[in-house]
Design a protein around this ligand. Structure first.
Ligand SMILES: Cc1cc2nc3c(=O)[nH]c(=O)nc-3n(C[C@H](O)[C@H](O)[C@H](O)COP(=O)(O)O)c2cc1C
Length: 179
């Protein structure tokens, strides 16, 4: 099966997942900036196409490129994966995954979440400032749950909660073992 993985990654976590998936599926990896310049023929013989983007404000960066292609890619196995700093258990993860695809798109593609992390040392200054402002806002939130308080503490620093095991459901879906 020919599979292609397109990814957008700023600090490396999404790229790492794209690499793990490429190894597991024997797939080709293409950075988004290259993939967006290709015409439809480039993807024609792929039986599976995956798009991975990092989470920004509850959205998957550049995922509209992928969702816009879903009607054209009818018949291919399609998966969208999101890599964020939130641990899997955080309710925001489910909301982000739900919002990533419309009901119509969900008939043809599936969305997955992979825990990434935060790498302040690799972030550009504007993103670093946005994250710090967000962390400050979360810390001040009045009715914060314990999980939100823990998260507010956690996102003040860099951390890595990525794990190869998060690719397993994606691999199973692409290889068609589970429907
Ligand atoms: C401006 C900004 C907004 C972010 N918003 C979210 C978010 O809504 N949810 C989340 O889980 N992570 C969020 N993150 C964290 C990144 O998604 C996370 O660091 C991810 O692992 C980065 O992937 P990359 O290394 O491939 O660039 C945000 C980071 C930045 C800089």
């Amino acid at each position: 099966m020919k599979a292609m993985i397109v990814y957008s990654s700023k600090t490396g976590f999404t790229k790492r997942y794209a690499q793990w998936l490429a190894e597991a599926l024997g797939a080709e990896m293409i950075p988004f900036e290259e993939a967006r310049k290709k015409d439809d023929s480039f993807f024609a013989d792929a039986q599976a196409i995956l798009y991975g983007g990092w989470a920004m404000g509850g959205k998957i960066v550049n995922s509209e490129w992928f969702t816009g292609k879903i009607p054209k890619w009818n018949g291919k196995k399609l998966a969208l994966f999101c890599v964020g700093a939130s641990p899997n258990e955080l309710p925001d993860v489910e909301t982000a995954l739900h919002n990533a695809l419309t009901d119509e798109e969900r008939k043809y593609a599936r969305a997955f979440y992979c825990q990434g992390g935060l790498a302040y040392e690799k972030m550009s200054l504007p993103f670093k400032m946005m994250m710090k402002a967000y962390a400050g806002m979360m810390k001040k939130k009045k009715d914060a749950t314990q999980m939100e308080k823990d998260m507010a503490e956690m996102i003040c620093h860099s951390y890595d909660i990525s794990d190869r095991k998060f690719i397993e459901p994606i691999v199973e879906y692409i290889q068609g073992f589970k429907e």
